[in-house]
Design a protein around this ligand. Structure first.
Ligand SMILES: [Zn+2]
Length: 154
């Protein structure tokens, strides 16, 4: 296929490239595809040229990426915490059916749920805190005396 003119920089340097993104999609600001897709991209300025048929391909690829990442996050948390899917669903505030769908990559979580999974997967302490019976006073933290704080500020 011959190169096309770029709508941004005007050079005839738009050709099919393997593109990973990042793309913004629904509430997701920046999704980098696990599998690149063929899109027209300008080798001069980086502009992506969308053809009508690309929209569907991009949508499908982004959704597949989010599903794959989310399913992996669910597996990571369940393995580490040795908890049931029901417990994890409660902690996130979603139904066990929805969580099961995310785990099996058949449902796509919204950004909030995805973010919650990401935090719980990356921060083991976040899982502990997400327990509704968790009491902040149970954490042993060094307590600095008010006097010491004032001295430092002086
Ligand atoms: Zn260009």
């Amino acid at each position: 296929m011959k190169a096309r003119q770029c709508g941004n920089c005007g050079k005839n340097t738009m050709t099919l490239q393997k593109v990973h993104g990042p793309f913004s999609w629904k509430d997701f600001m920046s999704v980098v595809l696990l599998e690149p897709i063929d899109l027209l991209q300008c080798s001069n300025c980086g502009e992506i040229g969308y053809r009508p048929k690309d929209t569907e391909t991009i949508d499908r690829s982004i959704e597949a990426t989010i599903r794959a990442l989310s399913g992996k996050l669910v597996e990571t948390i369940i393995e580490r915490e040795e908890c049931s899917q029901t417990i994890l669903a409660q902690r996130i505030g979603i139904t066990p059916e929805y969580l099961s769908g995310i785990k099996s990559r058949t449902r796509t979580p919204g950004f909030q749920t995805f973010n919650m999974l990401k935090i719980l997967a990356e921060e083991p302490s976040a899982f502990e805190i997400s327990d509704p019976t968790f009491d902040i006073d149970d954490i042993e933290v060094p307590v600095e005396s008010y006097r010491e704080v004032l001295k430092k500020l002086a």
